[in-house]
Design a protein around this ligand. Structure first.
Ligand SMILES: [Zn+2]
Length: 139
């Protein structure tokens, strides 16, 4: 557990988040600064700073959940494609130093990686609910 870790604070219910998925090892929440609607973060509950710290079995499990959540995001957003990535270190654009995987819906002709969309809590909760419903349907 690290001090001032936003994800650990969310896990302790000290900060709000729009939940998409939760099990005993993992959560998936919507990014509060989404690049596109449905931009989701998949996060292990245990605090690991980056990919080098997380044990292999945990990586395998994390990506199993990434695949599951990405499929639901795909169905809800009807996006043409999906970027799935994970940043390690400040130079790579990592902002929160608790390992997490981004799932970002992408559209044909959309070039910028810095687009931002509506991220009011109401909007995030609405999108999260759609993805949760989709996950329930597919299990
Ligand atoms: Zn943390």
């Amino acid at each position: 557990m690290s001090e001032h870790c936003t994800f650990c604070e969310i896990l302790k219910n000290e900060k709000t988040a729009s939940y998409v998925y939760e099990d005993n090892r993992t959560i998936a929440i919507l990014d509060i600064r989404p690049i596109n609607e449905g931009h989701t973060l998949v996060i292990p509950k245990k605090h690991y700073e980056n990919l080098y710290e997380i044990p292999d079995e945990e990586v395998a499990y994390l990506f199993k959940i990434v695949k599951k959540v990405a499929s639901a995001v795909k169905k809800v957003t009807n996006a043409d494609g999906k970027s799935i990535f994970q940043n390690n270190g400040r130079a790579a654009g990592q902002v929160i130093f608790h390992v997490h995987v981004h799932i970002i819906p992408r559209y044909e002709g959309q070039r910028s990686h810095r687009l931002r969309c509506d991220a009011s809590r109401e909007k995030l909760d609405e999108v999260a609910r759609k993805i949760r419903n989709q996950l329930t349907l597919s299990t």
